[in-house]
Design a protein around this ligand. Structure first.
Ligand SMILES: [Zn+2]
Length: 55
């Protein structure tokens, strides 16, 4: 039996880094809220576009 001893490389997906949103004003990462993003540096706030799918 010629079994291949190929180790399946485990995908090391250590907590994928959340891309998040960058503040267009100061360029720092914005904090994500349920319905908006807010920058803690310049207090810029951007509302998330809401889905327009009925109900
Ligand atoms: Zn900012």
């Amino acid at each position: 039996m010629a079994e291949k001893t190929e180790k399946k490389e485990k995908k090391k997906q250590a907590k994928a880094y959340k891309p998040g949103k960058m503040c267009p004003k100061c360029g720092s990462r914005m904090a994500e809220h349920s319905d908006r993003y807010s920058c803690g540096k310049c207090s810029y706030t951007e509302f998330k576009s809401q889905k327009k799918s009925g109900a």
